[in-house]
Design a protein around this ligand. Sequence first.
Ligand code: F6R
Length: 613
Amino acid sequence: MCGIVGYIGPADSVPILVDGLTRLEYRGYDSAGVAVLQDSRLEIRRHTGRLSNLEASMQQAPLTGSVGIGHTRWATHGAPSEKNAHPHTDSTGRIAVVHNGIIENYQALRNELAARGHRFLSETDTEVIPHLIEDELAAGAASMLEAIRRALARTRGAYALGIVSLDEPETLYAARLGSPLIAGVGDGELYIASDVPAILNRTRQVVYLGDGQIATLRREGLELVDMAGKPVAAEVQTVELEAEAAERAGFETFMLKEIHEQPRVLRTLLNLHLGNGQQDTPEILGFDADYWRSLRRIMAISCGTAYHAAMYGRLLLEGLTGLAVETDLGSEFRYSNRKIDPATLVLAVSQSGETADTLASVRMAHERGCRLLSICNVAGSSLVRESDHVLYTHAGPEIGVASTKAYTAQLMALALLALAVGRVRGDIAPELADEMISDLRAVPDAIHYVLNRAEIIREIAEKHHDGPSSLYLGRRYNFPTALEGALKNKEISYQHAEAYAAGEMKHGPIALINEYLPVICICTRTRDEVYEKTISNVREVEARGGRIIAIATDGDTEVADIAEDTIYVPQTRDEFSPMVNVVALQLLAYYAAQARGTDIDKPRNLAKSVTVE
Ligand code: F6R
């Protein structure tokens, strides 16, 4: 995700900004920039690629100044390029802004401002912010603070902001809604940062900005107000973390941090596409309503974890729309003779957007005239560039090699897409769609609940970690969950694991079952028609002495009676239960790997992006 650093004090801000941004590099970025107030001028330097490129450009055209803001951008709106890199300015070049988050109504604001003569130079959502502040100052706002407050009231979305202006050269402003931001308090100097590690070598005294708060930072100190302009007391806290641990926000690995980020990631996606309402935004559909109404077939292409997401997407799209949906692996599709023609929509699912087999397959499909819709996490990636429309997962950079938050974000994106397509085609009754959306909104809290059970899951994982193998069973929506749970276990604990559709077990793998084999059975329910069938399958395991670890719905004592160990999860609509159940399996794999002493963030033989065939 993007990074923000800001400084005001007696020293030259430039090396402090660069050092702070360097400490946020681990979060991933594709361009960087700084804005510094220097001798009544606002100087900006921006560059694509590594921070070293920005530093080189600053060596050619040096700048210094004791008030400045810096940013590392991870592209969302607009490709990674110099013009899209932050900071962005207003029309007069007097106000500069760095921003993390998303301004959802930026297009409407941009149209409104452009109609009044504002000229925009980038494709970003961020650029509307300095223009809005300029607009409010022109409309008579009495101060920068007042203009910022009024400008932000016109936006919808999430932000962490750093703002400087030539009109108030001794002040640095910061604001936060939904995206993290802290202020650091030093001796006669202050900082802002999107994450603690950026400034931990300079101060351990920090103020965590609350949602809807705006901070005014001057050398003498910091003042906070809320969105109504009412003063708020700033509570200075001491950070105890060591720098390295702080990068992982105190978690022992990036993977564990990313597992814990899932409720927030899914909430972001829900807010982005549903806001406070029930209606899906048209952008999620990508193509116009007539296209969706006349479409008959989707071919979903992906690899690995993303393939499990596509399997889930197939079930949901087929359940909620009249479309025929097929899935294929990138590595298989590209050498197959599968029939696709311009009437087929190709749906590519990929976290990185750089997976060679997925890319080769979608290129083939594109050449045959198919339209391409991608579900992707990385703006500016090869897949994004080649797609006709992209549905971003907005999970932020995933650093742990084993995918976790990108997977659940893919499931959420697919659920939102299936509901939107079902609605636009008239395949799903509006009342049912509304009911499902309410149930979908409950998913982040349900995941939170599972995360709170991490200790119980750890105990179970430690008890079963040392066997040579394990078997995962699930049916219907949770068959892909079983596959994904087994994959996580293989990847990070190096324990052999197999997954089967539970009903398939008796066709072969039942021979594996003995009193040593852990069998992880996903048997959650709301009104699931396959629940009873799954229980029968679990009883088949029980009858052969298998060691059953059940993932069950809270209060289900029938399952607990059969299982040796039970991980309870909250009741979640069957269609959406995979997003919750998989988190229990991620943790199970995680703690098994920890007990086996593997390198969890960088498992052997694996690469985060498989860019070769
Ligand atoms: C597993 C994992 C991989 C990827 C696969 C596709 O944890 O991350 O299986 O899912 O290599 O990668 P993307 O989604 O980047 O196309």
